[in-house]
Design a protein around this ligand. Sequence first.
Ligand code: ZN
Length: 306
Amino acid sequence: MITVGVDIGGTKALAVRLDGTETVIQSRVELDRSVETLDAIGRAIDSVYDDTVEAIGVGIAGLVNLKDGTLVWGPHVAGTSLQIRAGLTERYGVPVSVDNDANAAAVGELKLGAARGYSNVLLVTLGTGIGGAVIIDGALYRGGGFAGEWGHVQIDRDGLLCDCGKRGCWETRASGPALVRLAREVVSSNPDSALSRIFGSKPITGEIVVGAADGGDETARALVTEVGRSFGQGLADLVAIFDPELVIVGGGLGSVGESIIGPARRVLADSLYAGRLRVPPAIQVARLGPAAGAVGAALQAAEEGR
Ligand SMILES: [Zn+2]
């Protein structure tokens, strides 16, 4: 069965076309928040769509009503109560499934990636924000539908304002925008620093900071380590709650690998509850990389369209 999967994040959409479980095409579309979300999804789908496609799956960074395929709301995407399934079914005339992006990524990793063969797994996406999915006994745990939104666990009541409207959420410390904010602070307080020269007049992005860190810039390395440590601190809390066998890290920033995961792993080992008496779970980068959500959405579409 030929299906399309789209993963809609805060700044980019990734689309894949799958033939069974083989990825045939993959494309990345930059998103502009001024563009209406349904139109943005349509653009991403069109980048891989043709007449052979039999079903479409969408994973989106937000709270999704699974019954009617509506995006209830998401702090990093435009619009509320968006009727994604109804809108896309009308436009493309094929069955459409809609889920939270992290849930879609978890399905991708469970069927084709790092979670294969495991029963109890947490998937944590690190990108524009932090999302998550819980696999218990080999199946997605959804709660009432909105489980896994631990990016908005409030770790500092008086902390920085989060995109969700609360203060001090975990993702205000650990995310692409958190890394960019730290880099901006360094550049504005020290315009002669090596980091300032690297950025020049370009807009600072998380990828550039990670690239500078991996290229040997000590200041950039310290910033990436700080974000990695904040990420690991939250992972330690999640492991205290769920005691998973494996933690999979996905999302744009999570997928960069050891520069972020290394410091996170060390903090997890140091601050895990009863850490001297237990072995912390392995932390692995999503095997499907940044495409995990799109591939998972395409697999979900195949399952539902069958
Ligand atoms: Zn928040």
